[in-house]
Design a protein around this ligand. Sequence first.
Ligand code: ZN
Length: 243
Amino acid sequence: MFKINLHKTRLKRFMNSRAAANCRYQPTCYEHAANCYTHAFLIVPAFVGTALLYRLSDDRWERLTAWVYGMGLCTLFLVSTVFHIVSWKKSHMRAVEHCFHMCDRMVIYFFIAASYTPWLNLRELGPLASHMRWFIWFMAAAGTIYVFNYHEKYKVVELIFYLTMGFFPALVVTSMNNTEGLHELAWGGLIYCLGVIFFKSDGIIPFAHAIWHIFVALAAAVHYYAIWKYLYRSPVTELIRDV
Ligand SMILES: [Zn+2]
């Protein structure tokens, strides 16, 4: 019993108690720092990765796609880092913090749309499936309007929206004739889903949100690898390397 209590006291330094319904969890200083660093370290790699895809592009369509995807990637880590810094250091500025928190949530919808864009733009799609190219941006806009109006009000609805947006375009992508890269896409999706467990575990698992950030980074890296390998790395480069 004494041991359990000692363990709990130790954990308390790293984790606060769970938030009440419709309230936000208040991270400890350690958790705030971890939340900032876990995404801040990825800002530069995201820009480098964008530049690499841009350089590998063979035409304007590929360049535009690299730019859209890259901006989604960079914006996600940038906005997330800024929000967590504001939430840590400027939490007394409630309106500013609230605004950044909304941006942090909105950017996830655009990030999902941007992550699908290379597959939808650079692979052969059927006439019906090709509508998904613009429909994902429509969903991202709808998600943004939802956050604007009902931010933090119905957390379960918000989670369902994220999962729907994450999986619905996959129906189209998996129906493509060319199935190269689908394994990596599925692995990335699975990592995101496992991460959601931590996204929902603030106040239950210490550093839950920072762990969620790591899952996001891992899944994004797997998806980036697949996009680089199957959609951008030119066959000529492959030939030279194989020789
Ligand atoms: Zn975060």
